[in-house]
Design a protein around this ligand. Structure first.
Ligand code: C2E
Ligand code: MG
Ligand code: MG
Ligand code: MG
Length: 279
């Protein structure tokens, strides 16, 4: 009986492995086609200040899959990162964003809207990264101040020297950096103070239970105080209720992003959103 059970287990595991590989290779094939055929769209999630004005948006990629419909980054970004496909994808995101910023320069209502782009570890660690961003700013003739690059703490743990050098070079050109998902990684405060960051983004996981969990509340208060004392803007991500926003605002949080204010939306909807709030 034991031998039989062992054999069944073996075939069961083999089956799982095969389906997994098949699914992955299907994803791989589809994603390569998607890169070739540019099956991506960008959505914009509004970021508001304390006076309820739109000051910017986070640019979030979606994949318009020919069979499966609109896919969120959770379905493909990890795979893109592992295979290196994130390089052409990230390049496309940056080009689109720069083009958008360029178009808005002639429109008074949108001229002051900043766009924040998520930069992956692989993208940032390319030797050509600084040149790519510098070239982008020049070719699209955009105001570098409007472009914000979101990095995560995983990057900090990686290579402080390379990180500082690249960030400094881009900050000198006017680009701004924010630290995304702050609080979920392992960056030490001594590293944090050496980096030219303009903004801390408090991770959604702390915001969602800030009113029900004393530890989350303490963390959120501390992060706001920390950011402020280091001269950074603090933004909360994942704000879903008025009570959360109220708590954050009364504790000095500068900016808000989340479903309460607006979901990630297509460009046309974002324009209408800005018109409603800032028009
Ligand atoms: P992120 O950078 O932390 O982006 C915020 C995510 O939280 C977005 O998910 C957004 O839709 C979601 N979100 C915002 N407000 C709320 C809220 O109030 N409640 C809830 N439940 N969720 C909220 P999304 O668009 O699925 O993106 C997931 C992640 O994929 C992003 O996390 C980012 O790490 C990555 N990503 C998105 N676009 C790009 C890209 O162009 N390049 C790279 N490298 N990564 C990207
Ligand atoms: Mg982000
Ligand atoms: Mg985030
Ligand atoms: Mg997050």
């Amino acid at each position: 009986v034991q031998a039989l059970v062992a054999m069944l287990m073996f075939f069961f595991l083999l089956h799982i492995l095969q389906t997994d590989t098949a699914e992955r290779s299907e994803l791989d094939r589809d994603l390569r086609a998607a890169v070739r055929e540019r099956q991506f769209v960008l959505h914009y999630q509004p970021q508001l200040n304390g006076a309820n004005r739109v000051i910017g948006a986070e640019v979030l990629i979606r994949w318009l899959h020919p069979q499966r419909g609109l896919l969120a980054p959770g379905e493909f970004i990890d795979h893109a990162e592992h295979t290196g496909l994130i390089i052409p994808i990230g390049h496309w995101v940056l080009e689109q964003t720069a083009e958008q910023l360029h178009q808005w320069q002639d429109e008074p209502l949108y001229r002051d809207i900043d766009l924040a782009v998520n930069i992956s570890q692989k993208q940032f660690s390319q030797n050509s990264f600084v040149a790519e961003i510098a070239g982008l700013i020049e070719r699209h003739r955009i105001d570098a101040q409007r472009l914000e690059l979101e990095l995560t703490e995983t990057l900090i743990v990686h290579d402080m020297e390379d990180l500082t050098r690249k960030m400094t070079a881009l900050v000198e050109r006017g680009v701004r950096f924010s630290l995304d998902d702050f609080g979920t990684g392992f960056s030490s405060l001594s590293h944090l103070k050496r980096l030219p960051l303009s903004k801390l983004k408090i991770d959604r996981s702390f915001i969602c239970d800030v009113l029900s969990d004393a530890n989350s509340e303490a963390i959120v208060r501390s992060v706001i105080a920390l950011g402020q004392s280091m001269g950074m803007t603090v933004i909360a991500e994942g704000v879903e209720t008025e009570a959360q926003r109220h708590f954050l605002a009364s504790n000095g949080c500068n900016q808000f992003q989340g479903y309460l204010l607006g979901r990630p939306m297509p460009l046309a909807d974002f324009r209408a959103f800005v018109q409603r709030h800032n028009g």
